[in-house]
Write a new protein. Structure first.
Length: 97
């Protein structure tokens, strides 16, 4: 039996799930408008606990939308440009069905 779910659909679903919270959308918007951001800076901007922010960053990182680089004692986060561009492509294709 032929698999009806394509790899493109799986990737779109993974990106969609990662982007399914307003805080994550905010983080992606912020990172798309600047080169990088430190997690400590985000805790000053966002009215959420550090542990909650860490979970949101982890979801975005697991989906491949952002990458983190440890610069003790902080972590610098940036968009993963290739995956970000791929996600935009998949969303455009899907929304123009």
């Amino acid at each position: 039996m032929k698999d009806v779910i394509t790899n493109d659909q799986k990737k779109l679903a993974r990106y969609s799930k990662a982007m399914s919270h307003p805080i994550r959308i905010y983080i992606l918007e912020l990172l798309s408008n600047q080169s990088c951001c430190y997690s400590g800076d985000l805790t000053e901007i966002l009215p959420i606990a550090k542990s909650t922010l860490s979970q949101h960053l982890k979801e975005l990182k697991n989906a491949g939308l952002i990458q983190g680089e440890i610069e003790t004692p902080k972590i610098k986060y940036c968009l993963s440009r290739d995956n970000w561009d791929e996600a935009k492509k998949y969303f455009k294709l899907f929304l123009n069905l």
